[in-house]
Write a protein that binds this ligand. Structure first.
Ligand code: SAH
Length: 481
């Protein structure tokens, strides 16, 4: 973060603008909107500035060259002349006097910069690119303008009026936060957005009544949200997943999801890592189950963020079982599973007309009878193997023993969907050697079958590296049909 965003209370406060042209005028108008008292200093003023001063009694014009001692009497200083030497002198004087100073179009010299602003009074959103690209800041402003309901300000004012009363009615901070979250996401907000302010207020009163009655019955009601985080690229979480992540009191997360996602959690949410590393004893899962049940029973809203999809090799079944045993409520939000993420980002259709009409998903991790799963894999299908990188040589040998040609395409996708993605296109016969040569490490997914070779043809994801280990004529001829 190059600048700390602050919202300055300038109402009635004197601010200095050095300059008398239209840039100075624009800054003066902005300061006026915040209720500040701008003084403009310049040897001469544009007609626009003169008109502004005539219309606004709080604007003062000083017709004189800038002198260093001027800055002392002001809260903020803006250097807005078209003379970079004068601007530099203003900045230096402000620096000595320890006044914050903005030099227009010169982020280097400025001790504060002006953000792009989305104004939904009293909701104000400030956007900065640290002065590096005002165009990008304005672009983001445009995106946000379209996202934030135009009447969000009405909702904020309503919330402001009721804040003290709600605090009195709901003394428990968790209960109160849940109440406000329902206000923001529910019918109160919908009424506000539609301009029905009275209906909004009535709905709020009804909800507060209910919440106050519920609160007197005991602790807030906890809930577990099992949320799929996707395979590693933070953009691949679902909207529902993001919403619940942002609402949670506690987040239990593991190694596989994107760490960037934790930024969407509330700033005061408790973040607990519960990662399982390969080859560690599995008793950890029971600890996770116990922790989850404990937290939910204590009234916490717990987001259990799980890599990929919680229902695919995610041990969600065990966590849900523990919750059901304890009689606790939950919701499951799907995620993009590794097989879908890797297929998309490596360019491997999992089914393909006339080539593959079934997808078999299994794991290379289990020693117990994994080969019986492999036995159900037939030509004309696609096989996806989660985990078990160390078992790739045995998997290849088993499949060849089961009658698959050593030339069958086999593609490894390592760290799929992330900037570190690596795709190794090889064959069953060469798989052991390729795994070793490229030093494949988990998390990696193995895709076997005719469509796997298409990773060479459909590679599109730019940060990814693609290693074509298979130089056979068949691979070179890879075509969809
Ligand atoms: N629930 C998860 C799977 C957890 S098991 C899901 O639906 O994806 C962990 C295994 O998933 C890893 O060993 C690996 O085989 C696979 N995996 C997870 N993320 C991956 C990624 N980004 N790239 C390749 N494989 C991945």
């Amino acid at each position: 973060m190059r600048h700390l965003p602050l919202f300055a209370q300038l109402r009635g406060r004197a601010c200095l603008i050095v300059g008398g042209g239209h840039v100075a005028e624009r800054r003066a108008r902005l300061l006026l909107e915040a209720g500040a008292r701008p003084t403009l200093v310049a040897p001469e003023f544009s007609a626009g500035v003169e008109a502004l001063a005539a219309a606004e009694p709080t604007v003062t014009l000083v017709r004189a060259p800038f002198t260093d001692d001027l800055v002392e009497r002001f809260w903020l200083v803006v250097a807005a002349t078209n003379d970079s030497e004068v601007n530099a002198r203003v900045a230096a004087a402000a620096e000595r006097a320890q006044r914050f100073c903005n030099v227009v179009d010169d982020a280097e010299r400025s001790t504060f910069i002006m953000p792009a602003i989305v104004d939904r009074d009293p909701v104000t959103i400030a956007i900065s690119s640290a002065g590096l690209s005002p165009v990008i800041a304005r672009h983001v402003k445009g995106l946000i303008e379209s996202l934030v309901p135009s009447r969000i300000g009405a909702l904020a004012r309503l919330a402001g009026r009721w804040r003290a009363r709600v605090r009195g009615a709901l003394p428990d901070a968790d209960v109160r936060r849940h109440f406000w979250e329902e206000v923001v996401a529910g019918p109160v907000a919908a009424h506000c957005e539609a301009g029905r302010d009275e209906a909004a207020e009535k709905a709020l009163v009804r909800m507060l009544d209910e919440a106050a009655r519920g609160a007197s019955h005991g602790a807030p009601r906890g809930v577990a949200w099992l949320v799929g985080a996707g395979p590693g690229n933070p953009d691949l979480i679902t909207l529902r997943g993001r919403q619940l992540l942002a609402a949670a009191d506690v987040v239990l997360y593991d190694r596989l999801g994107a760490p960037e996602l934790l930024r969407f959690a509330r700033r005061d949410a408790e973040l607990i890592p519960v990662g399982k590393a390969p080859n560690r004893p599995t008793t950890r899962q029971e600890e996770i189950n116990r922790l989850l049940v404990e937290l939910v029973a204590a009234g916490k809203r717990v987001c259990r963020l799980k890599g990929g999809d919680p229902m695919v090799f995610g041990r969600a079944g065990e966590e849900l079982d523990a919750l059901v045993e304890a009689g606790l409520p939950f919701e499951v939000v799907p995620g993009v599973s590794a097989v879908e993420g890797c297929a998309a980002f490596a360019g491997i259709p999992l089914t393909l007309r006339n080539v593959s009409r079934a997808l078999l998903i299994t794991t290379g991790h289990d020693d117990n009878d994994a080969s019986s799963d492999l036995a159900s894999f037939k030509p004309g299908q696609t096989l996806a193997i989660y985990m078990g990188v160390a078992k790739y040589p045995r998997i290849a040998a088993d499949l060849i023993r089961l009658g698959h040609s050593p030339e069958t395409p086999a593609t490894i996708v390592e760290r799929g969907t992330t900037d570190a993605q690596r795709v190794i296109v090889t064959t069953l016969g060469r798989l052991p050697e390729a795994t070793e040569r490229y030093g494949v490490a988990p998390p990696a997914l193995l895709i076997v079958g005719e469509t796997a070779r298409l990773a060479a043809r459909f590679a599109w994801f730019q940060p990814s590296t693609v290693e074509i280990d298979d130089a056979s004529p068949a691979a070179q001829r890879a075509r969809v049909s």
